[in-house]
Write a protein that binds this ligand. Sequence first.
Ligand SMILES: [Zn+2]
Ligand SMILES: [Zn+2]
Length: 326
Amino acid sequence: MEAAVFHGDERITIERVGIPDVGQGEVLVRVLRTALCGSDFKLWHKGAEFTAGHEIFGVVEQPGHRMHGRRYAVYIPLHCDRCAACRRGDTQMCLEVSCLIGWNRPGGYAEYLPVPENCLLPVPDDIEDSLAPLLLDTIGTSAHAVRFVSRVVPPQEARPVLVTGAGPVGLGVILALRDAGYGDIHVSDPNTERLKIARAFGAREHPVGDTGRRFALIMECSGAHAARNLGIELVLPRGALVLVGENAAPWTIEEGKVFRRKDFYMIRTFYFPIGDLDSNIALLRRYRDEYRVLVDGEFGLRELPASFARFAQGQLIKPVLAVERR
Ligand SMILES: [Zn+2]
Ligand SMILES: [Zn+2]
């Protein structure tokens, strides 16, 4: 099969490689779409040990198997289904297995990949191929973050709300907030194109770095340390700062007055529980037109190196690799 190889130093090549072995309890998935993700920049710079790509949608190609021919999105955290975390539904935080598809084992920038059966999320026929990968990071991660914080800062106590970073997850968070009943949503991002979409999704612009307004709920989706620090400053007493964005570099919190003299929640959320799927499909159906705006590019595997470079320059929001296009 053909697969993208991330060599590091911003170099990707498309190579002929063997189809990875399919283990016990796994099936072979033929990739239809894999969405590009900003978190892959790390691999683009440093190189990847396994085939990258973690927002995957495809069909099972395992003749004779009950799942053969069906459409699935790929839930990337491997999970045991038996530990205390899995049993309470927190499959993304399995206590026994810590392995992510596309990071610690082969992912979706390829024609095929093996996937454990319990990582396959059935996608209904009315969800078009190009939107299916959004059920993962863009909708799953965003909606889970909103659901998690809503237990401590519910919509009626959370005005105004600020979303920092209007990438796919930040934009997904805006829709998930609206859907959960949050109002008075503000957004900050240096990219004017992204702000335009955020406004169309119902958020008002808040200038980057502005300290003139404080917020009961801050959804930090950029991963930037400056945005996190500003979040600590701007969050109102009893409010919540939710760290949705990621950053591999060490982050130091300066424990000054701003941090010390306030009750507030600082929350990290990761990915989403596998049981959220139905709610996330419902969310996708309710905001289908909005989510379609995010998928602003589609190309075949051979075009991945060039398209990834354009994506890295911030020219595209959520482009998808359509593997069968040659
Ligand atoms: Zn991602
Ligand atoms: Zn487990």
